[in-house]
Design a protein around this ligand. Structure first.
Ligand SMILES: NC(=O)c1ccc[n+]([C@@H]2O[C@H](COP(=O)([O-])OP(=O)(O)OC[C@H]3O[C@@H](n4cnc5c(N)ncnc54)[C@H](O)[C@@H]3O)[C@@H](O)[C@H]2O)c1
Ligand SMILES: [Zn+2]
Ligand SMILES: [Zn+2]
Length: 350
C-alpha cells in the first residue's frame, strides 16, 4: 500500500467558465470520526460532471469554486477515522455519493437517498478526481471479491438504473428504456439480467448507443425515424409495456413513455429535465391508472444488495457499457469524449 503522502494533485473546478478545471495541489485529508480515507483506483465521468464542466445554472448554484469533483468511484481504504470498526485498512470499496444525516424522518423511514439534510460527495464538497478522499464509512460499500475497480466505480449509475427499473415489475415483464446514455444502457442489460421478457430500447439519433443496446440484449431498438408509441404498442399486442423507464431528459420521451405503458402500468423517471419543463399528458395517467414515479439516487441499501448480487453472478456486461478507460491525467480528454456522446461510460484509472 505504501505510506500516505501529505499532499496530492487533484482536478479542481477553479474558474467560473466552461472547462475551468486545473490540477491543483491539496493536502491529503485526514479522516474524521466515523470516516475513512480512500486511495482512489477508478473514477468514472458522470453527466453531472459534464454539467459542472459546462458551468450551467445548476452547477453555479451547487458547486463551490475550488471543489475537487468526481463522485462515481472506487478504491482501497488506507486510514480509518476514530470509531470506525466496520472497515479495515486494505478493504476495497465503492462509494454511495448521497451523504445522509441518518437522523431525519426520511432517513428513519428508509429513504436516506432523499435525506432532508443530504449533500452529494464530489458536488457540494471534495470528491474523487483525486488520488485520495475521505468519506463517511457507511458510504464506503464493500465490493464483491475480485471485482475490477473500474467496474466497482460505475455502481452509482448502474444503481440508478436498477433503482429505476425496480420501481415497476421486471421478472417476466415487458420493459421499455427511453434514452440510451450510460444509465439507460445499464438498464437495458440489467432488465434482461433480472428476467424481463422483452426489452425495448429507445434513443433519438445516437446510433453508437443504439447498436450497444442491441449488443446488451435489447429485443427491439427504436430511434427518431420510428413511431415509438405505435411500435411499442405493436410489440405488446396493443397493450403497452408493463414498465417504462425514462432516462433521456427529453420531454417527448416522457410523453412517449406515458402513451406506451399498459393500463395500470409503471412509468419510472430518473431523468432531470433541463430548461423546458415537459408537458405531462395527465389524463392518460389518470384514466389508464398509471403509476408515475420520480427516482433519485439509489436505495440504501437494497439497490446496492441487488446490484452486488447481479455483479457477483457476472450477470451484468459492465465491459460493454464501460467503453473507454483512460488515465486520470487525461481527465480533460475524457470529459470532451463524454460530451460527444460517442461512448458508453468513460472511466479514469489512477
Ligand atoms: N435522479 C437522479 O438521481 C439522477 C442521477 C443520475 C442521472 N440522472 C439523469 O438521468 C438521465 C440519464 O443520464 P445519462 O448520463 O445516462 O444520460 P445522457 O445524457 O448521457 O443520455 C441521454 C440519452 O437520451 C437520448 N435522447 C435524447 N432525446 C431523446 C428522445 N426524445 N427519446 C429517446 N432518447 C433520447 C440521447 O441521444 C442520449 O443518448 C439524465 O437526464 C440525467 O440528468 C438522474
Ligand atoms: Zn453520477
Ligand atoms: Zn436524513
Amino acid at each position: 500500500m505504501g505510506s500516505v503522502p501529505a499532499t496530492m494533485m487533484a482536478w479542481t473546478k477553479t474558474r467560473p467558465e466552461v472547462g475551468g478545471f486545473t490540477l491543483e495541489e491539496h493536502a491529503v485529508p485526514n479522516p474524521g470520526p466515523g470516516e475513512v480515507l480512500v486511495q482512489t483506483q477508478s473514477t468514472s465521468v458522470c453527466g453531472t460532471d459534464l454539467h459542472i464542466w459546462k458551468w450551467d445554472e445548476w452547477s453555479r448554484e451547487n458547486v463551490p469554486l475550488g471543489t475537487v469533483t468526481g463522485h462515481e468511484t472506487s478504491g482501497r481504504i488506507v486510514a480509518l477515522g476514530e470509531g470506525v470498526s466496520s472497515h479495515a485498512i486494505g478493504d476495497h470499496v465503492a462509494i454511495e455519493c448521497h451523504l445522509a444525516c441518518w437522523a431525519c424522518p426520511r432517513c428513519d423511514e428508509g429513504n436516506a437517498h432523499v435525506c432532508e439534510n443530504g449533500s452529494i460527495f464530489g458536488v457540494h464538497g471534495h470528491g474523487a478526481f483525486a488520488p485520495y478522499f475521505v468519506i463517511p464509512a457507511i458510504n464506503a460499500r464493500h465490493v464483491p471479491e475480485g471485482l475490477d475497480p473500474g467496474h466497482a466505480s460505475v455502481q452509482d449509475p448502474l444503481g440508478n438504473a436498477i433503482h429505476t427499473l425496480t420501481g415497476g415489475p421486471i421478472d417476466g415483464a415487458t420493459v421499455a428504456i427511453h434514452g440510451l446514455g450510460p444509465i439507460g444502457l445499464f438498464a437495458v442489460n440489467a432488465a434482461k439480467a433480472m428476467g424481463a421478457s422483452t426489452v425495448i430500447a429507445v434513443d433519438w439519433d445516437n446510433t453508437y448507443r443504439m447498436n450497444l443496446a442491441k449488443e446488451l440484449g435489447a429485443d427491439m431498438v427504436l430511434g427518431k425515424d420510428d413511431d415509438v408509441v405505435a411500435s411499442i404498442l405493436e410489440a405488446t399486442e396493443g397493450r403497452g409495456v408493463d414498465n417504462s423507464c425514462e432516462f433521456s431528459g427529453a420531454a417527448s420521451a416522457l410523453s412517449n413513455a406515458i402513451h406506451s405503458t399498459r393500463m395500470g402500468g409503471y412509468v419510472n423517471i430518473l431523468s432531470v429535465y433541463g430548461q423546458s419543463m415537459p408537458e405531462v399528458p395527465m389524463n392518460e395517467v389518470v384514466f389508464r391508472y398509471l403509476h408515475l414515479k420520480g427516482i433519485n439516487g439509489r436505495k440504501m441499501w437494497s439497490t446496492w444488495d441487488t446490484m452486488h448480487d447481479l455483479l457477483a453472478r457476472g450477470a451484468i456486461d459492465v465491459d460493454k457499457v464501460l467503453t473507454h478507460r483512460m488515465s486520470i491525467e487525461a481527465f480533460e480528454d475524457a470529459v470532451q469524449l463524454a460530451l460527444t456522446g460517442d461512448c458508453g461510460k468513460v472511466v479514469l484509472d489512477f
